[in-house]
Ligand binder design. Structure first.
Ligand SMILES: Nc1nc2c(ncn2[C@@H]2O[C@H](COP(=O)(O)OP(=O)(O)OP(=O)(O)O)[C@@H](O)[C@H]2O)c(=O)[nH]1
Ligand SMILES: [Mg+2]
Length: 533
């Protein structure tokens, strides 16, 4: 593999609602770049990205998949993310290291709830975004309605760069209003013919071209002046303005394609190559100290682990982004969390489960290594004597909790150990031994998320476990005191040992659940002593 300088590396995360075509698009991009010679399909379970048994069984992505390809003189790292929000941890990790997000929309169903959820994350990270309206070959494809919805939900910064000439079953041409060209595909897709825009489309293409220029110029005074002077901007000026506007999250260019028919992905790669920002174009990464670290390949070596895979037969594999300097195989780096030294024995670039050995990776690049002793997701590795601690990824709080049950009590220890590994891999999975409930509690992002953990315990660790509702622990909270008078009849009182009537204190109480599920309304009554009955 060639050596790539920081400015020649682009990191993109493919995002969007489940089933919109992210994995198919990533596969098509690998094929177009010549990284693979045959395109796999999700249906056949042979895509580079969805390579795990679980993903084959489910027919959709569950984990981030790190891919890479070469496009002209650049390296494009692609992280294909799962579309289901239960795997928010995977989506957030990918966004943390991506310098551009590709939000894939389904032309047949428009903007879906998953796209809106992902959008909230991208707003937090301020990731430069492009939109890709996929499935333009679908029978019910409605490009205009999808764009309309995208503008409504994500704002007018969504700006059309391409539109399909003939969406639906016969889809085979795209009009590009940045290049002012028509791309026409043969039935097998692939490299298109570049043709002049047909006369029937000249007005629409011209109008969208002007809208694109105005959307670019409005964010740049110099370009705005030029636009007023010349009445237009040339492609180089538009590209320069587009890049700046993308970096500032001011403009989201929109493309269209059919990933399945291999129509349009090459032009998207071309755009990523020409215009998408590299890591050094982006603001420097923040450090725990509040300071920042510029992305400079001549700086001290510093990398950040954003993902860990831990499988019984494979061991641990750590995925990282180089934030500064250059990492070389054989280097010794320090874990800023533990102070432990870690030797980078081998360096890899990945395509799903396939690894290629490389000797070094420069700032801005993404790679993987194995056999780190005590380094996990969210850890920083730095050169000895040049300490940096990159701000960790903030993972979302758990949304659901279950209690673990096993018929074989002796397995609990093994289950706890296995989940410890799973949590190192996925920090949104949290195990807690509740002394109060006398139960082992597992929390995560949703039912599917926890079921995936169960699947892994059963299939990878061969441990049988069942989920149960956590017990509810009732606690009594003294909220206030009240005065009450009542008559107490007592035989002994009659005998003169206690007063016949006195002022007593009553406890008002509130039920509190500790199991992370809403407290149930109190159904129990209390006796005089305050004990539940
Ligand atoms: N007609 C048509 N079908 C497509 C296209 N792209 C993807 N599909 C189909 O849509 C389905 C889902 O595709 P995926 O690539 O798995 O979608 P995804 O977004 O990765 O899905 P998740 O990983 O589950 O979020 C598959 O059956 C694909 O064959 C397309 O451009 N046109
Ligand atoms: Mg997928």
């Amino acid at each position: 593999m060639k050596h790539f300088e920081t400015g020649q590396i682009k990191n993109v995360a493919v995002l969007g609602h489940a089933g919109c075509g992210k994995t198919t698009l990533a596969e098509t991009m690998l094929f177009e770049a010549g990284e693979i010679s045959r395109r796999g399909t999700v249906e056949e379970g042979n895509t580079v990205s969805d390579y795990t048994e679980l993903e084959h069984e489910r027919g959709n992505s569950v984990f981030d998949s790190v891919l890479h390809l070469e496009w002209k003189d650049h390296k494009i790292n692609i992280i294909d993310t799962p579309g289901i929000d239960d795997f928010a941890g995977e989506i957030i990790s990918a966004l943390r290291v991506a310098d551009t997000g590709i939000m894939v929309l389904n032309a047949e169903s428009g903007v879906e709830v998953g796209s809106e959820i992902v959008w909230e994350y991208t707003e937090k990270f301020k990731t430069p975004m492009i939109f890709v309206v996929n499935r333009c070959d679908g029978e019910k494809a409605d490009f205009d309605a999808t764009v309309e919805q995208a503008k409504q939900r994500f704002g007018d910064a969504v700006t059309v760069v391409q539109y399909p000439l003939n969406q639906g079953r016969g889809f085979n041409a795209i009009i590009d209003v940045l290049k002012m060209t028509m791309y026409q595909f043969s039935p097998n897709g692939g490299k298109p013919q570049k043709l002049p825009i047909p006369a029937s489309e000249k007005d629409r293409a011209g109008e969208l071209h002007n809208q694109l220029i105005e959307a670019i110029a409005v964010h740049d005074e110099t370009l705005m002046e030029k636009y007023f002077e010349q009445g237009s901007l040339d492609e180089a000026e538009m590209s320069q303005g587009l890049k700046a506007a993308m970096i500032h999250h001011d403009l989201f260019p929109l493309f269209c394609c059919s990933a399945k028919q291999d129509m349009g992905s090459g032009r998207i790669l071309g755009f990523l190559h020409d215009i998408a920002p590299s890591a050094q174009d982006m603001p420097p990464v923040s450090r725990k100290s509040g300071l920042t670290l510029p992305c400079d390949s001549n700086g001290p070596t510093c990398l950040f682990v954003f993902k860990t895979i831990s499988e019984p037969h494979l061991g641990d594999m750590s995925f990282f982004k180089v934030y500064s300097g250059e990492v070389k195989s054989g280097m010794e780096l320090i874990n800023s969390e533990t102070g432990a030294a870690e030797r980078i024995s081998q360096l890899f670039v990945m395509n799903g489960k396939n690894r290629s050995i490389v000797q070094s990776l420069k700032a801005g690049d993404i790679g993987a290594t194995v056999k780190l002793k005590s380094t996990h997701t969210n850890n920083t590795l730095h050169e000895k004597g040049k300490p940096f601690h990159i701000s960790p990824i903030e993972f979302p709080e758990p949304r659901i909790t279950v209690a673990l049950h096993t018929d074989n009590k002796a397995d609990f220890e093994k289950i706890a150990q296995a989940i410890h590994h799973l949590s190192a891999e996925d920090p949104t999975l949290i195990l807690e031994q509740s002394a109060e409930l006398k139960q082992m509690l597992l929390s995560g992002q949703g039912e599917l998320h926890l079921n995936v953990a169960k699947w892994k315990l059963e299939n990878l660790y061969k441990l049988k476990v069942d989920f149960e509702k956590p017990r509810i622990s009732f606690r009594e909270t003294i909220q206030r005191s009240v005065q009450a008078t009542y008559r107490h009849k007592s035989n002994r009182a009659e005998q003169g040992s206690l007063p016949k009537c006195y002022v007593g204190r009553t406890l008002l109480r509130r039920n509190v659940s500790t199991a992370g599920i809403p407290a149930r309304a109190a159904t129990k009554s209390m006796n005089w002593n305050g004990a539940a009955n």
